[in-house]
Design a protein around this ligand. Structure first.
Ligand code: GLT
Ligand code: MN
Ligand code: MN
Length: 411
C-alpha cells in the first residue's frame, strides 16, 4: 500500500470506524449516568517524558462534542477552566456563567467539580503542608470549588489528595498531615452546608479518590480502604457527607481485586462515584479507555454494581492515547469508550438473568449437606458441587464472547 497522505487520513479512520459498526445512538448513550471530564478530553498527550501531541481544547469545544456523542454530564477541576490567578475574582464569575450558558445550550449538566490541589507549585508539600498559610489557601480553594459546584448545579465533589505523602522518610509527621488534610475537608463540608441552606439546595456528596503511587513516592491514603479508615477515624466533622470515588485503575495499580475493593465500599454505603478506565497492575497511572485491557474483569465489576443497584456516575476518567489526534478524541476515542461501557453493562444484565449461572449459584448456596461438626464429611459432601466455580467462570467468558447467543468458532 502507498503512503496515506495526511489529507486522506481522517476519511480512512472514519471509514474503518464505521466498518466496526456497533455504535449506540447519542440518545441511547444519554440514558446512562456517564460523565465526561474536561481534563480527559483536553489532555494534550504530555507527561514527564512526553511532549504534547494535541492542541489545547477549551470547555466550549468539549461540551459541544460531548453533547454530539451523547455524554450527558460534564466534570471539571477548578483550574481546568479558570486560571489560578483568576480564582475568586470577577473573572471566575464570568467564566462560570459562560460555562452555565454553554451547558444549557447543549443540554448537558455539570455533575461533579474537583479542586486541583496537586499541580501548582503552592502544593509542592501537598494541600496539608506544614505552613498554616498554605493550608488556609487550600481550604479556600476547596470551599471556592464547592461554591462553583453549587453555581453549576453539581451534586458531587471529588478530592484526589495528590502529593499527600513524602519523597524522603521522616520529612513529615503522618498523623499531623492527616489531621490537617481532614481540616480541609471539614472546611469544604461546612461551606457546602452553609451554601446549600442559603440557596435551598441539597448538600453535595464529597468523594475521596485514592491512588497508590504518584505523585509522591509514598502516599498517606493509598487505597480506597485506607480512605474508608480515614472517613471513620473521627477526624471528619461530617463523615456522613463523605464517601469514595474509587478509580478502577487506581485499585488495580496496587494489585487489588477491583471488584472486592468496590464490594467493601458498597458494604459501607460509601460507593458515591466511580472513575472508569483500564490499565495494568503495578504500573503507573496509564488511564486507558474502559474495557481495552481487562474486559472480563470489567464485566464482573459491572455485574457486582448492577446486582447492588449502584446508581452513581460513571466518570470517563481516562486519557485518550498520545497517538490519537484532536479529531480522533471526539470521533473515535470517546464514542468507542462509551459504547464499550454500554455493551459491558448490557452483558452484565445478561449475566444477571443467565439460567446456567443462576442455577449454579443456587446449587452452591444449597450446599451438599454433610455433618457441620465433621470436616471430612463436609469436604466429601461438597466435592462435586464446587466444580461449579470453574464452570461459572467459563460461562462468563462465553457471555463475553457471545457464545451464549449461539456464536460459534469452527465447532
Ligand atoms: C488526576 C487524577 C485523576 C483524578 C482527578 C480528579 S485528578 O488527574 O489522576 O484520577 O480523578 O481530581
Ligand atoms: Mn480518577
Ligand atoms: Mn488514573
Amino acid at each position: 500500500m502507498k503512503p496515506v497522505p495526511p489529507a486522506k487520513q481522517q476519511a480512512l479512520v472514519a471509514r474503518l470506524s464505521k466498518a466496526c459498526g456497533g455504535a449506540y445512538s447519542p440518545k441511547e448513550r444519554r440514558k446512562y449516568f456517564l460523565t465526561g471530564p474536561q481534563w480527559a478530553a483536553a489532555y494534550e498527550g504530555h507527561a514527564l517524558f512526553h511532549a504534547p501531541t494535541r492542541k489545547p481544547v477549551g470547555y466550549e469545544d468539549v461540551i459541544r462534542e460531548y453533547a454530539k456523542i451523547g455524554i450527558g454530564h460534564w466534570t471539571t477541576h477548578d483550574t481546568d477552566v479558570i486560571p489560578t490567578d483568576a480564582l475568586g475574582t470577577a473573572r471566575q464569575e464570568e467564566i462560570v456563567s459562560g460555562i452555565r450558558k454553554t451547558l444549557k445550550k447543549h443540554g448537558l449538566e455539570c455533575s461533579m467539580v474537583t479542586t486541583e490541589t496537586f499541580h501548582h507549585a503552592v502544593f509542592a508539600a501537598s494541600p496539608a503542608a506544614e505552613a498554616p498559610e498554605v493550608r488556609e489557601y487550600a481550604k479556600w480553594r476547596l470551599t471556592n470549588t464547592v461554591q462553583i459546584g453549587h453555581d453549576l448545579g453539581a451534586r458531587f465533589a471529588v478530592y484526589w489528595p495528590g502529593s499527600l505523602g513524602y519523597q524522603v522518610q521522616g520529612a513529615i509527621e503522618e498523623t499531623n498531615t492527616l489531621r490537617w488534610y481532614a481540616d480541609g475537608l471539614n472546611a469544604a463540608c461546612d461551606a457546602d452546608i452553609a451554601i446549600a441552606r442559603e440557596r435551598g439546595r441539597q448538600t453535595m456528596k464529597h468523594c475521596l479518590e485514592a491512588k497508590p503511587f504518584e505523585p509522591a513516592a509514598q502516599i498517606l491514603l493509598p487505597s480506597s480502604d485506607a480512605m474508608l479508615a480515614f472517613i471513620y477515624s473521627g477526624l471528619l466533622k461530617h463523615p456522613d457527607m463523605v464517601g469514595l470515588n474509587p478509580e478502577y485503575l487506581h485499585e488495580l495499580m496496587w494489585g487489588a481485586a477491583v471488584r472486592a475493593a468496590l464490594a467493601r465500599a458498597l458494604l459501607c454505603g460509601k460507593l458515591f462515584h466511580f472513575d472508569i478506565n483500564d490499565g495494568y497492575p503495578l504500573k503507573h497511572d496509564v488511564d486507558i479507555g474502559v474495557g481495552l485491557v481487562n474486559p472480563l474483569d470489567w464485566l464482573n465489576v459491572l455485574v457486582l454494581l448492577r446486582t447492588h443497584g449502584y446508581e452513581g456516575p460513571f466518570n470517563l476518567d481516562y486519557k485518550p492515547p498520545r497517538t490519537t489526534s484532536n479529531w480522533g478524541v471526539f470521533s473515535v476515542s470517546f464514542p468507542t469508550a462509551v459504547d464499550r461501557f454500554i455493551t459491558l453493562w448490557e452483558m452484565a444484565g445478561e449475566v444477571a438473568v443467565d439460567p446456567v449461572i443462576a442455577q449454579a449459584y443456587e446449587a452452591l448456596k444449597a450446599g451438599g449437606g454433610g455433618d457441620p461438626r465433621d470436616a471430612n464429611s463436609l469436604a466429601e459432601a461438597n466435592k462435586e458441587l464446587l466444580t461449579l466455580h470453574e464452570l461459572i467462570a467459563h460461562r462468563l467468558f462465553q457471555i463475553l464472547v457471545g457464545a451464549h447467543r449461539g456464536r460459534v468458532f469452527a465447532l
